[in-house]
Design a protein around this ligand. Structure first.
Ligand code: NAP
Length: 265
């Protein structure tokens, strides 16, 4: 089994013999590692057909999931992903906007215009563009489930990450508005906001931040009241719930999955 799961090995994630998402077609952005890879695996286990996208495939071709290489920061990338979705699946029932991230800086004034734009393109506009291409099909079918992956850091924005956090805050606001707009058409739109999760991207970002501001980052000890850092599957569990029929009366919500670390508003 590769990190993408194996279709022949699909599990029984909800009760014996039940594949809760059988027949569903899912797109996950950034599914080649970290949280996105866990979401892909869990969707496959639940019986969904999955297409994922990243700029580069990992060494092993995705097994079990279809893959298209694309940069979702650009309109051209979004169009390539939407075209692959239509060609391979005809449309999507489940859309998980997971690709995201940004490098930290010494402070707000050290963030260049290009870096602000890049953070907005990846963490906000990528979702807006892909939704604009794929939501019309969901509306025609009168059903769909969309999850935007934000960050719990929106609850306590800190200077080194303001470009990233501000872009995610825009994503959360947009996600709520889209939820209200699309609710009459049977489309549910929710956000998941992870806390500190052990992923390649998360670890690389924290190492960069520790070099810039060792005192602010401290040692590696878990800071969440629940006593450990998050695992990719902690976040994937929340995503799977939100895209499943068990969340059929849930829209416009933001599920903060952070071990209790960030203060709620
Ligand atoms: N890890 C954490 O502690 C944490 C905390 C809060 C929120 N989050 C959020 O959770 C999501 C996943 O984070 P992660 O830590 O799992 O990230 P990760 O380990 O860096 O993985 C990111 C994935 O997105 C893909 N990706 C990155 N840029 C892309 C682009 N321009 N176009 C297409 N694909 C792209 C990457 O593949 P390529 O590089 O090959 O493109 C990879 O598959 C992000 O939205 C992040 O902001 C993470």
């Amino acid at each position: 089994m590769t990190e993408f799961g194996n279709r022949s090995g699909k599990g029984e994630s909800v009760g014996k013999g039940v594949r809760e998402l059988a027949g569903k077609r899912a797109l996950v952005t950034g599914g080649t590692r970290g949280i996105g890879a866990a979401v892909v695996r869990q969707l496959l286990d639940a019986g969904a057909d999955v297409l994922t996208t990243a700029r580069s495939a990992t060494s092993a071709a995705p097994e079990g999931a279809d893959f298209v290489a694309a940069d979702v920061r650009t309109r051209a990338g979004a169009e390539a992903v939407a075209a692959a979705v239509r060609e391979r699946f005809g449309g999507v029932d489940i859309l998980v906007h997971n690709a995201g991230g940004a490098a930290p800086h010494a402070g707000t004034s050290a963030i260049s215009d290009e870096e602000w734009q890049d953070a907005l393109d990846l963490n906000f506009l990528a979702s807006v563009r892909l939704d604009s291409l794929l939501v019309p099909g969901m509306r025609e079918r009168r059903s769909g489930a969309i999850v935007h992956v934000s960050t719990a850091a929106v609850l306590t924005p800190v200077a080194p990450f303001l470009h990233y956090v501000a872009a995610k805050a825009a994503l959360e606001s947009y996600s709520k508005g889209l939820a209200l707009e699309q609710a009459p058409f049977g489309i549910r739109v929710n956000t998941v906001s992870p806390g500190k999760v052990a992923t390649p991207g998360g670890e690389a970002t924290r190492e960069q931040w520790a070099r810039l501001a060792p005192a602010a980052v401290g040692d590696d000890a878990p800071t969440a009241p629940l006593g450990r850092d998050g695992r990719p599957d902690d976040i994937a569990n929340a995503v799977l719930f939100l895209v499943s029929d068990r969340a059929g009366w849930l829209t416009e919500s933001n599920l903060v999955v952070d071990g209790g670390e960030f203060p709620r508003r």
